[in-house]
Design a protein around this ligand. Sequence first.
Ligand code: ADP
Ligand code: CDP
Length: 668
Amino acid sequence: MFSTEFLDLPPLLGASGSVTLPGSKSISNRVLLLAALCEGTTTIHDLLDSDDTRVMLAALRTLGCGVQENGSTVEITGLGGRLGTAPAKLFMGNAGTAMRPLTAALAVLGGDFELSGVPRMHERPIGDLVDALRQLGCHIDYLGQDGFPPLRIGKPNLKLDAPIQVRGDVSSQFLTALLMALPLVATKDIVIEVVGELISRPYIEITLNLLARFGVQVRRDGWQRFTIPAGCKLQSPKVLHVEADASSASYFIALGAISMGVRGQNGIKIQGVGADSIQGDIRFIDAAKQMGARIESGPNWLEVRRAAWPLKAIDLDCNHIPDAAMTLAVMALYADGTTTLRNIASWRVKETDRIAAMATELRKLGATVVEGADFIRVTPPTSAQDWRAASIHTYDDHRIAMCFSLAVFNPAGLPVRIEDPKCVAKTFPDYFETLFSVAQASATHIPVVCVDGPTASGKGTLAAVVAEKLGYHFLDSGSLYRITGLAATRAGIALEVANQEAIVALLRSLPIRFEGSHILLDGEDVSDAIRTEEAGMNASRVSAFPLVRGALVDFQRNFRQLPGLVADGRDMGTIIFPNAPLKVFLTASATCRAERRYKQLISKGIPAILADLRADLEARDARDSSRPVAPLKPAEDAQLLDNSDLTVDSSVEIVLDWWQSKQPFKSA
Ligand SMILES: Nc1ncnc2c1ncn2[C@@H]1O[C@H](COP(=O)(O)OP(=O)(O)O)[C@@H](O)[C@H]1O
Ligand SMILES: Nc1ccn([C@@H]2O[C@H](COP(=O)(O)OP(=O)(O)O)[C@@H](O)[C@H]2O)c(=O)n1
């Protein structure tokens, strides 16, 4: 997951390959609650690991449920419809799929509970559900504003005779919440009547489908009247597999529809969800087909290819696919005219006001957008020149972050900045990693920040922090020469130019792997062994051999991967990445560098003598600068930074400012 302040996505050439998607949020949280309410143990496979499911799991633990986690498999030992008597405070974050159904279940069972969430949760309406539960005799008080969380729940005095009325035109989650809670108390038939036209019906179908898996057959008359049969009982299905999330699939369906194939392959294969899905959002495939995608499907897979191009503009009632329809709004940027998405009033009460948010962000990219109470109309930028490089605000809304990543196929070849990319954690923590695993950018579009300079100038320290702040990969090129020196010495090869062929042959035979901050040489962790001063000196020697340098060129260039790279060394800007958009040449006085190295070694418990270090460092500088191949010198277009009097933080800030000043985005 990217926990950076923003993530810059380079323009992409195309995408192809296979992706496996995380479990459906809607199914995951429903199944967790049903498993918690029934008797016995339920093993749930492929559960989504996300903010919303973590909120639910934490709440279930607080309520006394048994929860055993083992990767994506979770075992829930249910409460059998009985709650403990201890008062409990439950924090629901911004998880509507936890807040609504838990409110209903706790209210009918009764107790002393407080349910609260993040500030946005306290702006999301729950009054219609509370009104329905009060008709049943449930005891619920508002602790803040009437109609909104936080709530206090007390003991009910249940009255089950009259039909319960619930509004269905704001959120279908209210009805879902009642349907899942009422089997706990159905000593007689309980009838729920929906007031107003029920929106998001497919979500109700998921609820009914899962209730059936837990042994409760709800009777349905149209979409207005639902009966929970007397005497029904939630029963554990023992084992259950969660389907991949169909709304998450929408980004990859759109990706297949928009992108050209790459690496000789065509199309995107999506594993874990297929045409037989119980999720309503799977109908997104029909909308994508209307816009021009070619889609094949099996019971648990989909394969999507670009067919019509540009895509075809559509005018669609999206009531049946409210979440996935946001993806259509971004696909509309690639259409041959104006696309209208209708009947999406529910967007206004989601994680954010999604109609307003989509309109604002689409306009930033250059689109013309008209928004209404329950529709959005998107006209793409007229020509490539009308596209803008935008910094997309994401409103703590995972879907906005994911769908706007698709703007990277813009014909102007502009990058797209996604602010607060970690908001995808709500449903798809590894969304961007999954996108990068199938996407391809032209190498020249993948940004590289080069940090070159003499020993102990702080290159490694600076480069690692800059990489972390930008969410980029990090290449410590010096470590490659250090490994080479170490391997040759261990093999008894003298570090002389006459032996360079033997050293290269050895290098080619030894697999080098980077695992986080650890470096493995033929499976052995050599991270510490290569950090001694002696290893540094040996590195400096082998690095002067032209064949050794040549052998490492492609290896280093292969680190240029999406979304970007920060590379530190001596020749990053001059030889390895000559077209890098930012090259920093970092220096500090010899005294300063010797002192830093001295402190660094002493702090690691390695004995050192300052005068010797300074002499070694000057010898190394001299050798690195005077060697005929790739001598240490600033690239012509490098920006010089002497950090003798700067802290690490201020050096990082300067380099990040230089980086920002090169970006085309208007606002961060
Ligand atoms: N700007 C700075 N101010 C003070 N100390 C620094 C600065 N940059 C790095 N250091 C310290 O100097 C030492 C050497 O830095 P390092 O990143 O290993 O250098 P290099 O990669 O250039 O050899 C480290 O202990 C580091 O914490
Ligand atoms: N791109 C690079 C990186 C390192 N090197 C050599 O490898 C040695 C060790 O590199 P390093 O970056 O780990 O060393 P320090 O800067 O930490 O001393 C340096 O002294 C250079 O001689 C190089 O020639 N080219």
